[in-house]
Design a protein around this ligand. Structure first.
Ligand SMILES: NC(=O)c1ccc[n+]([C@@H]2O[C@H](COP(=O)([O-])OP(=O)(O)OC[C@H]3O[C@@H](n4cnc5c(N)ncnc54)[C@H](OP(=O)(O)O)[C@@H]3O)[C@@H](O)[C@H]2O)c1
Length: 213
């Protein structure tokens, strides 16, 4: 059993991870500004100010999952939040896992991340770039000794496309993976399954991985 704290545990990604984590018997804390519309039994919900609460949230967890989205007030501030999280986690010897974007993956080895190209739909361009900057920052300057991973969901992923529980997924590295028909998709439930599998049996230490069917 691990103590898992989910920043943004009431959101689309965070709530799926929280549900999977309690179902597997972990101790789960969700942190967000507001209480959830419908609580998941077994999850402990905390609300408040991130800057005030982060040190305690980090020091009281074995693993902190960042499931915040770079939108609204975090559109410009999320890179700083995750940089602070990395510092605190290194001091506390807490593992962190950041949920990022599909466009933070590369189309080919050594090619720039897709977020830095012109093919991202305009409505997602800022969010994609911020989450690419987060993995660049982790890769370049995560504190020595910090145990981190960064998980990118497939292209078709999100509250607009919750998908189904197939009980399966594949992982790739920094390069985007596609199924035999050329599509890239993952449901919220199966993405959460991949995150919990990574927490329980770490295989992506200090690295990025993609999750898709
Ligand atoms: N295909 C893709 O690449 C794809 C698609 C979707 C999402 N994503 C990525 O997945 C990650 C999560 O996105 P999501 O759509 O699951 O997010 P979401 O549903 O919008 O949830 C965001 C969560 O963060 C919390 N939050 C927001 N501002 C906060 C603050 N200042 N302090 C504390 N908590 C705060 C929200 O609760 P409160 O508002 O109550 O604070 C909520 O729990 C992001 O990195 C996003 O880019 C990728």
């Amino acid at each position: 059993m691990s103590r898992i704290t989910i920043l943004g545990g009431t959101g689309y990604t965070g709530s799926n991870i929280a549900r999977e984590a309690v179902a597997r018997g972990h101790e789960v804390i969700s942190f967000s500004r507001h209480a959830p519309e419908s609580a998941i039994e077994g999850v402990r919900y905390r609300t408040g100010s991130m800057s005030a609460e982060l040190p305690d949230l980090v020091s009281s967890a074995d693993v902190v999952i960042g499931a915040l989205a770079p939108r609204a007030e975090l559109a410009t501030g999320l890179t700083d939040v995750y940089a602070t999280l990395a510092k605190l986690a290194a001091q506390a010897a807490t593992r962190i896992g950041i949920v990022g974007g599909f466009s933070a993956l590369r189309p080919a080895p050594d090619a720039p991340r897709m977020a830095y190209g012109d093919d991202v739909p305009p409505q997602f361009a800022t969010e994609a770039r911020v989450m690419a900057e987060v993995i660049d920052e982790l890769s370049a300057s995560a504190p020595t000794g910090l145990d981190w991973f960064y998980a990118s969901p497939a292209a078709t992923y999100g509250s607009y496309a919750p998908g189904e529980d197939r009980g399966t997924y594949r992982t790739g590295g920094e390069v985007a993976i596609f199924d035999a028909s050329g599509s890239s998709a993952i449901s919220g439930v199966d993405f959460a399954r991949a995150i919990l599998d990574e927490i329980e049996a770490p295989s992506h230490t200090r690295s990025q991985f993609g999750v898709a069917y």
